[in-house]
Structures are given as C-alpha cells and as structure tokens.
Design a protein around this ligand. Structure first.
Ligand SMILES: [Zn+2]
Length: 212
C-alpha cells in the first residue's frame, strides 16, 4: 500500500485561531480525506508551535506561566479543529518531550557532521515576524508586514552551514524532477539556489523559553 504524509504549518499560539489558520487546515483535511478514500495509507499531522518570543510575551502579559498558557491555547485550538471536524492523525506541541528528543537528536547529528559554528548575527529584527529583515525589504524603515520599525540586533548565534549544500541540493532537484511541486515553486527554489545560499542563524540568545 502506498503511503502519504501530510503536515500543515504548526501555529504560533500567541493568538486564537482565525480564518487564515482554519483555511489551511480545511484544505489539508480535504487532501487527507481524499487520499484515504483512494486507499492510501495516510498520516495527517498538525500541531502548535509554542516556542516563540511572542507566546512568551503574551503569557507574561496575562501573568501566566508560559506552559500553562500553552496548555490553555491547545484546548482552544483543538476545540476549533474539533468543530471543523479536521481529521488529523496526530497533534504535536513543541513543548512535548518527543519533540525535544527529536530536535536534540537532529541538532547533535548536524553538529557531528561539522555543520554548526558560532558567529555573530547583526541585522534588523521584527519581533512580530520573529525574523530578520533585509534593509531592502523595509518600507520607510518599517517592517512591510507590521508597519513598525524593527530592532537592530547584534547577537552571538549558532549558524548552520547551508552554503555547503548548495551543489548537492541542485543535483538532487535535477536528478528528481518531481521532488518539488508545482513547477512555479520549483523554479522559485532553483532561482534561490542559483543566487547563492547563505549560512543561516539557528539559535536565539537571551531567551529561556525554547529548547536548550
Ligand atoms: Zn514584521
């Protein structure tokens, strides 16, 4: 029997689920149900991303312990998914020990391969996006998504040697044309690789809410 694995993005729990959150789950649910009807062994995964600075801040605003807050939000999310009858097979929370074990194991393997190093990261950081912004993407000095100025941050971070995999990724996509779909997205990724891949920051300093 052929197998099919499907996952949605996992949601930040600093706010309640909304139409945008639901849209993705409904679309994924349709795909999962269709695959099951076709007799395909289907595993449909959903979950909550609880390790976010925004989640931590939101919990603090409410005078709550972050984990206690995440527990409440899990109920809120699950209640909505229940009402929409989303047929997920598993629901992961990033604070669960099985997630912690998986992350720790993966990062150890990456480190053993020599693909992690310490360096400095400097740049504009939008707390709401939880992402660094390029100077060229700012509009009048503001984050284009949140219309507010990002912070200039310089911190010691661990980096993943993504640049080392540029050639191998390119070869993999060339050898397996169906690996990335649809073609428009495939071309987007190929263009990104062609432009050159940079090492990426994979840690955040000064935070206790995360996986050490
Ligand atoms: Zn932003």
């Amino acid at each position: 029997m052929s197998k099919f694995y499907l996952t949605t993005a996992i949601d930040y729990v600093n706010s309640r689920p909304h139409l945008g959150t639901a849209y993705e789950k409904i679309a994924a649910d349709v795909i999962a149900r269709y695959k099951r009807l076709c007799g395909v062994d289907t595993r449909f995964m959903m979950g909550n991303d609880e390790h976010s600075q925004n989640v931590f801040q939101r919990a603090r605003e409410l005078n709550k312990d972050p984990l206690e807050f995440c527990d409440e939000m899990e109920s809120a999310f699950r209640e909505v998914w229940g009402r929409l009858d989303i047929s997920f097979d598993d629901f992961i929370r990033t604070t669960e020990s099985r997630h912690r074990v998986a992350v720790t194991t993966l990062v150890s393997r990456i480190a053993e391969a020599g693909d992690i190093y310490e360096g400095f990261y400097e740049g504009w950081y939008c707390v709401s996006c939880e992402a660094f912004k390029q100077e060229k993407d700012l509009i009048d000095g503001n984050c284009p998504v949140h219309q507010k100025p990002p912070d200039w941050i310089k911190e010691k971070n661990y980096f993943f040697r993504l640049s080392r995999y540029q050639q191998r990724l390119r070869e993999h996509y060339d050898d397996h044309p169906g690996f990335l779909e649809p073609p428009s997205r495939r071309n987007e990724i190929l263009r990104l690789i062609e432009a050159g891949l940079e090492d990426i920051s994979m840690s955040r300093t000064g935070q206790a809410w995360g996986i050490p």
